[in-house]
Write a protein that binds this ligand. Sequence first.
Ligand code: AP5
Length: 217
Amino acid sequence: MQLVILGAPGVGKGTQAKRLQDRFKILHISTGDILRDAVRGGKELGKTAKGYMDRGELVPDDVIIGIIRDRIARPDCANGFILDGFPRTIPQAEALESILAEMHLNLDAVLEICIDPEKMVERLANRRVCRNCGAVFNLITYPPPADGKCPKCGGEIIQRDDDKDETVRNRLAVYEKLTAPLKRFYAKKGLLKTINGDDTIENVYEKILKKIGPDFQ
Ligand code: AP5
């Protein structure tokens, strides 16, 4: 199964993608996580990406397309994958089509999660992540432990650099300009399934399962 999960910053793409990974035994591929790992590891890719990420801008298409081309060709993707944060532009979506065609694969669905923009800002302002393993918390809905240590790996729990208010507003503007056109792109192909994400994490997950349909359950 090949899925794309689409939506503005903070709608809950990563949260839901992790659940779908566990449920369907498909790999969750987050381009944001790949880039943050590269920044942490001091890799060349991280040095290229950091400035764009800190400004809330998109990393150039050719860089990201190369990452995805390599990643989905690995054996751990043989059972399928869920792309979180990719594609983010029409050229990325067109490149994905070509890559999948070369691999004789299709996209099964594009899941779009939408919520009220002010809620996105609130969720991102309250998001905390583990510096080490990337586990995601929320000061309101899923608070991290009081000692500030990740319960999964003991890593330090921090706020993402790009979750500061000004960067968040820029990320939302970039989403509207460059990524929102993908909704039409995928709707025309009959792949788009829109989910109202303004609900509990569990209820959003149930709505996604219903949208994906019984064939996949
Ligand atoms: P990326 O990491 O992909 O960031 P994003 O798309 O902005 O998405 P987020 O990770 O911020 O949000 P999310 O929707 O996953 O929400 P989450 O589940 O964490 O990209 C970062 C940067 O990398 C980009 O700005 C760009 O520079 C670069 N980049 C990445 N991909 C690229 C690409 N393809 N091309 C070019 N550049 C690229 O949830 C958010 C919070 O809400 C959490 O605290 C969570 O606990 C909480 N929450 C989730 N669901 C619910 C719910 N139902 N109710 C209440 N709280 C909830």
